[in-house]
Every structure is written in structure tokens, then in C-alpha cells.
Design a protein around this ligand. Structure first.
Ligand code: AMP
Length: 135
């Protein structure tokens, strides 16, 4: 059965998309630790990130780098933090989290409750920065 993230890529489940190319997809985490918390995934379905083929793995980080730069532009933050967990969803993904300090990266922190309007606005801002960086 397709993973929940494959179903997002295929448009079967909605997502707040921030960036996409032929092989990769980025969208807002629905339970964000911070405004702009983004997940970056390969379209290739593989549970464990370190089992991805080398070229897909390298491309994932290159894509994540560009998404992080768009987040940096669109979301006020000191840094974009990076985490890989994969404890919940068996489809490789990188968390990109805009942070002000170290404790903003704690996954045990309470998650933000955002309205769909807020999600849409954040995704739009990051997507515009993404598109702008591509020009
Ligand atoms: P983990 O697999 O431990 O890295 O956690 C999976 C992450 O995916 C969690 O932060 C969830 O909030 C997030 N997540 C799960 N389902 C969705 C979804 N349908 N849309 C956006 N984010 C999701």
C-alpha cells in the first residue's frame, strides 16, 4: 500500500505544498513545532532515509538546501534547523524547522495549532521565495 506521503504527492491527500520538482516534494508539517516547519521527501518510496539510492539521497539534501533557503527568506528565524526522525511515517523525510533557539527543535514541545488560513499563508510565502530563488 502507498505511504501517506506518496498519497500526498499523488494528490490523494491534501497538503500545504511549498516546493516540488520531478523527484522531490516539500510541504508543511501538519503538527508544526514552529511556523514554517516543512517536510522534504523524495517521491521515491523508501522507509529509511539511509537506504535511499545514493543519487536520490544526495538529490534530497540538495533539494532540502534550496527549500531551507526559501524558508530563511520567508519566515523570520535565526536558523533553519534540520532533523531526521522517521519514527511515525515510513517514507523518508527531512524536517526543516525555523528556529530562534536550540529548544525550538525539541520534538517533545507542544505542537502549534494553526488555522488552515495560516497554513496557506505560510506555504504561499515559502513557495514564492522558492520560485523567486529559481529565477
Ligand atoms: P517522523 O516520522 O517521526 O519524522 O514524523 C512524521 C511527521 O509527519 C510528524 O511531524 C507529523 O506531524 C507529520 N505528518 C504526518 N502526517 C502528515 C500529513 N498528512 N501532512 C503533513 N504532515 C504530516
Amino acid at each position: 500500500m502507498a505511504s501517506i506521503f506518496t498519497r500526498i504527492v499523488n494528490g490523494e491527500i491534501p497538503s500545504y505544498k511549498v516546493a516540488e520538482n520531478e523527484n522531490y516534494y516539500a510541504f508543511l508539517d501538519i503538527n508544526p513545532l514552529a511556523k514554517g516547519h516543512t517536510l522534504v521527501i523524495p517521491k521515491m518510496e523508501e522507509d529509511y532515509i539511509f537506504n535511499l539510492p545514493g543519487d536520490v539521497y544526495a538529490g534530497l539534501w540538495e533539494f532540502a538546501n534550496k527549500v531551507a533557503k526559501a524558508i530563511d527568506k520567508a519566515v523570520p528565524c535565526k536558523r533553519v534547523g534540520v532533523a531526521v526522525l522517521g519514527m511515525e511515517v515510513p517514507h523518508a523525510h527531512i524536517h526543516l524547522i525555523p528556529i530562534q533557539n536550540e529548544s525550538d527543535m525539541l520534538f517533545s514541545n507542544p505542537k502549534l495549532q494553526l488555522s488552515s488560513e495560516e497554513f496557506v499563508a505560510i506555504a504561499k510565502a515559502i513557495n514564492e521565495a522558492w520560485e523567486g530563488n529559481r529565477k
